[in-house]
Design a protein around this ligand. Sequence first.
Ligand code: UGA
Length: 453
Amino acid sequence: MKNICVIGSGYVGMVTATCFADLGNKVITVDIDEKKIEKLNQGIMPIYEPGLEELVERNVNADRLSFTTSYEEGLKDAEFVFICVGTPSAVDGEADLKYVRASATTIAELMDHPLIIINKSTVPVGTGDWVADIVSRSQPEAIDFAVVSCPEFLREGSAIPDFMNPDRNVFGSTNREAAEQVADLYSPLNAPTVITDIRTSEMIKYASNAFLATRISFINEISIICERLGADVMEVARGMGLDKRIGPHFLNAGVGYGGSCFPKDVKALANMALTHGTHPQLLSAVMDINDFQRKQVAQKVRELLGGSVDGRTIGVLGIAFKPNTDDIREAPALTVIRSLANQGATIKAYDPVAMENVSNEGHNVNLVDNAYAVAEGADALILMTEWNEFKNLDMKRIKGMMREPLLVDGRNIYDPDEMRDLGFVYRGMGRGYNGEGVPNGHTAEDAAPVAGD
Ligand code: UGA
């Protein structure tokens, strides 16, 4: 059992704190947001993450997990302090480190015994050294400390299983002994461990996210070519992914990546490269393709509606940037909604869990109670997030409720033939053989029946 303090109660902080408590440690979470801590002390979660609420409750009841707004209280018995604060994008794509700076300064000012400070927030390469510098300069008197970089690889929506069954854990420090002590905290997880220097560890995080984003943009570019040439990107991805050197993951073509990580991290890595005199051409292309995918969705709808969406009602299924989360940061759905609304369309939308966040932000969209209410009277329907409940809709009923049976499947979750048999005019992403263009062996008519067929 170790005493751990976690600074920040966002996704990374909440999951790190709760999982370490569940592994038998005594964990205290510090957040300066009084409302958040008040709610957490009432058992109300600041985020939607499957399994989190139960795990928090279990560990609070077992007296292994607590929440406070007081750094003093958090640091009192701590041996390890995890910095898990946000690092939003500044205007130029550079990560904004004001929260990291503030926590490092406060830790330094208040620490009264040796500490291992662990950076879990995604921070530009070199930040670990910068944090060490801030801490030594801000300490009223010199007390031993070490800074360790320990990047987080969890995904929203499966953060707890990702923490408990990681592919690897990475620790970077100039102080190898400190890195090994942090690695020891993770030893019950029996995962492969990489111990390295601090900058390499920070780079592993950016390179991993940038590579995954690159795979997504790669398959999205292939999907555009598939559409033009009459091939189906779903089958192409399957055929590629069976090659062990390629693997099947992150090859789903669609509306592009969103969320709080990929867009921010690819931009930040490109910015680091630029400011250090190199040309991040591949990263720039990855970002361009990702923007283009969102534009393509709006373009498909416009085309299906004869060139203009003005005065039309368009239904949107799913707003969260991916299923199993209420997170709408950089959600492709919001870009598409904004674009169509700007062109004069009325937008109706439904998301199983993200609607509260959407209404809090005041977007130009009418939120309705379920998928069928979205379809009612709609001139076109767009699937933006592949929630399971959308996979099992009564599509015959949906078609019957729509003014025109136009369906843009931004995540390729529906079977194009089935949808056409039901009478939809179906457009997927990169499904050339199945309804885009004039596929081999098909006529233009049977590939894409006209509205009302
Ligand atoms: C991502 C990484 O997967 C985590 O390893 C990392 O820890 C995290 O960022 C982070 O840096 O904090 P996350 O943003 O939660 O996790 O979501 P992903 O499941 O990776 O999906 C990211 C986006 O890519 C979503 O918009 C998703 O719809 C999209 N995506 C994913 C595709 O369009 N196609 C795919 O094949 C896979």
